[in-house]
Write a protein that binds this ligand. Structure first.
Ligand SMILES: [Zn+2]
Length: 400
């Protein structure tokens, strides 16, 4: 792909992330997370849902205040763009304006399943709601994104009408939500491509579709959130909403670290984020949300660069690129050579030489390996350095 520029990244850890069941951030935590995001070069955030009440408003104000003091990070001093989330109601938009945000995301469901069964209303009513809310945003001089909740299950013809209305109202962006996480990348690609064309052709002045970007907001119920984002980008989407570690409703959103790294390494699109701090930021969010980072989590998990099996570990020692798609330093992790049931003698010899200064003879390494494997099976885990030394001493060759 050759679209190096023009893709915006918006983090929604503070809004959709906090909607994950049981997750609560304090104003200080929200401000700290926003500061981290600004420092690593994420240009925009959704800071929260102001209509929730006074506490949430205090949180969003804390983010607004914190972002003002960020000294640029890797983003050349540009301030963090802070958005509030609002239902398509005048009062929600007014609540957002009160918090001093830069913009507001105006959201309403567009699928018949939601419009008819959730709202007990008709499509026409949805359009009128959006007009009202947009008028309120304009009255407060807020930039606004018009979001289609449940867009992936929405009739395409109506979605075109909806996005064309948004364009007419002066929206800076439209959002495409896979709220139930039920889209697959092929369908996603086709629909975004169609919508891009349809929005562009609606412009009487003949401006390109780039003038109204589509933002991807994808959930992970079938494990396809990041894949769908990639499909959307390939089809011409101009923005991605994502969250740290994928924190969000139910199975979560597309994880920001996956989106940034996949765009960089698979599509050659560098969003200018300082990825070396991903692990650090994720650890803070894990602590604040009380949701541990799974050790196998793509991009930031502790074990992403841990190698045990003999063939892999030997390959890594010869050339890390044998089994690593990118280097651990790029995301703030470290490479680990683990000794356990699946290890081979070459790696064991390397480990002893590098970490203990002991040159194992091949025969001794083979014998030690037998004991290592037996111990790993018994303990159901790899062995620590101390345990390896102990087994070595038991061979009767230690004694130094
Ligand atoms: Zn969502």
């Amino acid at each position: 792909m050759n679209r190096a520029a023009g893709i915006r990244l918006l983090d929604t850890t503070l809004r959709d992330g906090e909607q994950a069941v049981g997750v609560v951030f304090t104003p200080r935590e929200k401000a700290q997370i926003a500061t981290f995001l600004a420092e690593i070069g994420v240009p925009a955030v959704e800071a929260g849902f102001p209509a929730l009440g006074l506490e949430e408003k205090a949180c969003i104000r804390a983010v607004v205040d914190a972002a003002l003091t960020v000294d640029g990070g890797s983003r050349d001093g540009r301030p963090l763009e802070i958005n509030g989330f609002a239902r398509a109601r005048r009062e929600d938009v007014a609540d957002a304006a009160e918090c001093g945000v830069d913009g507001v995301v105006i959201s309403i469901s567009t699928s018949d399943a939601h419009v008819e069964r959730k709202f007990r209303a008709r499509r026409e009513w949805v359009l009128r709601q959006v007009e009202e809310a947009a008028a309120e945003a304009k009255a407060h001089r807020l930039s606004f994104t018009i979001s289609a909740e449940d867009a992936s299950r929405t009739d395409l013809a109506f979605l075109v009408d909806y996005y064309r209305l948004a364009r007419g109202l002066g929206a800076c962006m439209v959002r495409y939500c896979d709220s139930l996480g039920v889209e697959d990348p092929y369908t996603c690609y086709r629909r975004i491509k169609y919508l891009r064309k349809a929005i562009a052709s609606s412009d009487a002045e003949g401006a390109s579709g780039d003038s109204l970007p589509i933002e991807m907001h994808m959930h992970n119920d079938f494990g396809m959130a990041t894949a769908n984002v990639m499909a959307g980008i390939r089809a011409g989407a101009g923005s991605v909403a994502a969250s740290i570690g994928g924190l969000g409703e139910r199975t979560g959103n597309s994880p920001i670290e996956e989106v940034v790294m996949a765009l960089k390494h698979l599509y050659g699109i560098d969003l200018g984020v300082n990825t070396a701090r991903f692990r650090e930021v994720a650890e803070y969010v894990a602590q604040a949300s009380q949701r541990a980072i799974p050790i196998w989590k793509a991009i930031i998990g502790t074990n992403v660069f841990a190698h045990e099996s003999g063939i892999h570990a030997d390959g890594i020692l010869k050339n890390p690129a044998s089994y690593e798609a990118f280097s651990p330093e790029e995301v703030g992790l470290q490479r680990q050579i683990i000794i356990g049931k699946h290890s081979g003698s070459k790696v064991l010899m390397h480990k002893f030489r590098a970490e203990f200064g002991i040159d194992l003879e091949p025969e001794a390494a083979g014998e030690l390996l037998e004991r290592v494997r037996a111990a790993a099976v018994e303990l159901k885990r790899p062995l620590f350095g101390k345990e390896l030394r102990l087994l070595y001493n038991e061979l009767g060759q230690g004694g130094e």
